[in-house]
Design a protein around this ligand. Structure first.
Ligand code: CA
Length: 426
């Protein structure tokens, strides 16, 4: 159940109380004011109100004009909640929520379990008879960054065509400190770091690079491993520094992906509460045809009864993924949900790329999600006309039914990529 209520004209706003029960950033709130249009007068009126309450705007989100606010004086969590309640009681506020802290959905590794068994179970080699991916399908990895110099990633790494080549004065657009494509980001030629606010999405952990390799480590290049797609566009949308990030930075990454026409994102993170601002960003993404793949979480629990976010966002363009082991059992750590989890994919002892030209095993629904994000990219290369919901329905209907997984997801089984992309599949 949501703690949110729809705003009623002439009445006070609402507060997302649940978001304050999760770890959240000190002295920050996400607030949607009434009349948050792009109209300059309306914006300036809101900025005045922000200053009046002793805060400053860190970000304004594209989807609905909600704002990430930071209070200038130090505030305890109790004081922050009291301030949020006061704001929610105002007639010019729609809603108020905390800026949650988000964590990775990976677990410690067991190298003994490791092999490329996942591709075998998922019939990835059989799928390659039909298709091996396409460089114009772009997958955003919303994570800890991606090592774009890794020899198995670099050949498939995306470049923003609006920020490469030479500008009118003969300077390299990648480094001319000009927003050449006027998208609000200067020199974003290889993605963005939404945590630091700069143009370098290099992985400073290892999680994002591991996810990227499963989606699309270059195939047939005589190096290391291969991803679900031999060819694809990978872009690092870094929002975590170290192993944690914030809801606000994740939202900005999603809105960037929508703006740039990025077809699918992998979201191997969770741990915050329900966020109305995040949900509106994912809804806008879906309206633009974007598929949002989410890890189900690693809490060994039923998401139907205990919601996990963003996995439980109930929109047609969200695909939530549970993790399986090598004999198609549910992974010991994986969350499940007959209603709220859509499909299951390999996520135990998965070998993939790690930074500085290395490879290693990781486990988690974090590793299952990129198998599915990679599958979505390949489906899109084969069947570009499918809507996000049709892509999800296809993955569900072509999964291999497995009795042990019957009640674990809508599919009742494990993804079979060969069946999903066979010419007669949709
Ligand atoms: Ca730009």
């Amino acid at each position: 159940m949501s703690s949110m209520m729809l705003p009623t004209i002439g009445w006070a706003g609402s507060i997302n109380l649940e978001s304050f029960n999760h770890d959240h950033v000190e002295g920050e709130l996400l607030v949607l004011w009434k009349d948050s249009t792009s109209n300059l007068n309306a914006q300036s009126a809101i900025e005045t109100k922000v200053q009046e309450i002793g805060a400053q705007t860190v970000r304004t989100f594209r989807s609905e004009g909600a704002k990430q606010l930071r209070f200038t004086s130090k505030m305890s969590k109790v004081e922050l909640l009291a301030t949020a309640k006061q704001l929610a009681a105002r007639e010019d506020v729609v809603y108020v929520e905390a800026n949650n802290i988000i964590y990775l959905t990976a677990t410690p590794n067991d190298p003994r379990l490791s092999s490329l068994w996942g591709f075998k179970n998922m019939r990835v080699s059989d799928a390659w008879v039909h298709a091996t991916g396409a460089p114009d399908i772009v997958v955003g990895v919303i994570d800890t960054g991606v090592d774009y110099n890794h020899p198995d990633i670099a050949p498939n790494y995306w470049n923003n065509s609006g920020e490469t080549g030479l500008d009118s004065e003969g300077r390299d657009k990648r480094t001319n400190r000009i927003d050449d494509d006027k998208n609000g980001y200067v020199d974003d030629w290889r993605g963005w770091d939404f945590a630091a606010g700069d143009n370098d999405p290099m992985d400073t952990h290892s999680h994002g690079t591991h996810c990227a390799g499963t989606i699309g480590a270059r195939g047939d290049n005589g190096v290391g491993v291969v991803g679900v797609n031999w060819e694809v566009g990978i872009v690092g949308l870094k929002f975590m520094s170290g192993a944690s990030g914030t809801t606000a930075a994740a939202i900005e990454a999603i809105e960037y992906a929508t703006m740039m026409g990025i077809s699918v994102t992998n979201n191997s993170w969770g741990g915050g509460g329900r966020s109305e601002t995040l949900i509106s960003a994912v809804r806008k993404a879906g309206e633009a045809g974007h598929v949002f793949v989410a890890a189900a979480g690693n809490d060994t629990r039923n998401n139907d009864s205990t919601p996990t976010w963003p996995a439980n966002i109930d929109l047609d363009n969200v695909i939530t993924v549970a993790a399986t082991g090598s004999s198609d059992q549910i992974a010991s750590f994986s969350n499940w949900g007959r209603r709220t989890v859509h499909v299951a994919a390999p996520g135990v002892g998965i070998i993939s790329t790690t930074p500085r030209n290395s490879y290693g095993p990781m486990s988690g629904t974090s590793m299952a999600a990129p198998h599915v994000a990679g599958a979505v990219a390949m489906i899109r290369s084969q069947f570009p006309e499918l809507t996000p919901k049709e892509v999800r329905d296809l993955l569900i209907s072509t999964s291999d039914l497995v009795p042990a997984l019957a009640t674990r997801s809508q599919s009742g089984g494990r993804v079979n990529l060969e069946r999903a992309i066979a010419p007669q599949a949709p």
